[in-house]
Design a protein around this ligand. Structure first.
Ligand code: PLP
Length: 391
């Protein structure tokens, strides 16, 4: 066999033997709590559509109408001729929503993290990250060429040690606002203080906080009341609570102008379709105005946590829509997921390397589109399949 074929086959065989082979469920319906997966209907608890806006009729209608006006594609990168009036208006609205001077729309969150981190730090600098940060932030740190270190999850003493050892021109501390696999929050107020004390900058990836946290849905920085000076680099994604696609970085006029010059994942890529920007403007407005979505989500989180705890499952200390049930081994996570599937519930098992060894879990996510009855149904199913974890 060719060395590539040999290598690829070995990787595939190993993944399979470790119960870590990944495959893609085929979805046959619009996003929502009732999902068609591989031809069967399930009640799903695994999307990041936290506010239930992905299939909102006003958002979808705007997408369709704007596609009529603007066409399907943007045609070019932002710096050439792809930066439409819709992109520009979305940027202004995002900046206002987050209480920042400016915002810059990227085509994906992965690219926003990559572009921002590599523009801000390089050789001679330091990038310091929480161990549990999203893969895109970690990869950005490695690719930046800056001295890369990780501190223990949410551990300020561990961060202080790394900062003291950094000896860099500039140090960037980067964290997730809400950790995507655990659902807990970063201690942003303390992190902002520590950054200021060391002359470092704090960057927050608020993919899972935006839309959900804070009275107005402005995310982690609203929840903790943090200004642009305290969190100079704020990143958010549009494919989760906003229900569409894309991402942005928000901060000072100077930061955004510098990213336009320097961020390679901004410069060398096609702008997202203007119709997506137009649809996102509608979802941003709905996210701000419809506080009942957050209220309902919070009520479901409480209902779920109370129910699961009384069943004796191990929950994590999360107050967000991400409510993981950690079971330990990969095989146990897979069989629990399968048992729920047999009961008509779709909840994905998350295994290493996405989470640490021995911490495989079901990642239950709740959304404002779920009903109390659907959560009740999941709890009843979890009770019926409890033997699977116990055995
Ligand atoms: C989803 C996610 C991203 C990536 O965003 P995309 O727009 O999906 O590329 C980045 N960071 C975190 C924490 C995420 O959860």
């Amino acid at each position: 066999m060719n060395p590539f074929d040999q290598h690829l086959q070995a990787v595939l065989d190993e993944r399979r033997s470790l119960h870590r082979y990944r495959s893609r469920p085929h979805i046959g319906s619009a996003q929502g709590p009732e999902l068609e997966v591989d031809g069967c209907r399930y009640t799903a608890f695994c999307s990041n559509d936290y506010l239930g806006l992905a299939a909102h009729p006003d958002v979808a209608a705007t997408l369709a109408q704007a596609a009529g006006d603007w066409g399907a594609g943007s045609g070019a990168s932002h710096l050439v001729c792809g930066h439409s009036a819709e992109h520009h208006a979305l940027e202004q609205e995002l900046a206002a929503f987050c209480g920042r001077e400016r915002a810059l729309v990227f085509s994906t969150g992965f690219m926003a993290n990559l572009g921002a981190v590599t523009a801000l730090v390089g050789r001679g600098d330091a990038i310091i990250q929480d161990k549990l940060n999203h893969a895109s932030l970690l990869d950005a740190g490695r690719l930046s060429g800056a001295r890369f270190s990780r501190f223990l999850h949410n551990d300020l003493a561990s961060l202080r040690t790394r900062l003291a050892a950094a000896q860099a021109r500039r140090a960037l501390i980067a964290v997730d606002g809400v950790f995507s696999m655990d659902g807990d929050l970063a201690p942003l107020a303390e992190l902002a203080d520590m950054a200021a004390e060391h002359g470092a900058w704090l960057m927050v990836d608020d993919a899972h906080g935006l839309g959900c946290l804070g009275a107005g849905g402005r995310g982690s920085v609203e929840h903790f009341g943090l200004s642009q000076a305290q969190v100079p680099v704020l990143m958010g994604t549009l494919g989760k609570a906003m229900g569409t696609f894309g991402a942005f970085v928000a901060g000072s006029e100077r930061l955004i102008e510098a990213l336009i010059q320097l961020a390679r994942s901004y410069i060398y890529t096609t702008a997202l379709p203007p119709a997506v920007a137009a649809a996102t403007r509608v979802s941003l407005r709905l996210a701000g105005e419809q506080g009942w979505r957050r209220d309902h989500l919070r009520a479901l989180i409480e209902q779920f946590r109370l129910g699961v705890e009384s069943l004796g499952y191990a929950l994590m200390p999360s107050q967000t829509a991400i409510q993981p049930i950690v079971v330990g081994s990969d095989a146990a996570a897979l069989s629990l997921s399968q048992a729920l599937k047999d009961e008509g519930f779709w909840v994905s098992a998350i295994r290493p390397p996405t989470v640490p060894e021995g911490r495989a879990r079901l990642r239950v996510t709740l959304t404002a589109a779920h009903s109390r009855a659907q959560v009740e149904g999941l709890l009843a199913a979890l009770e019926r399949v409890k033997a699977v974890v116990a055995s």
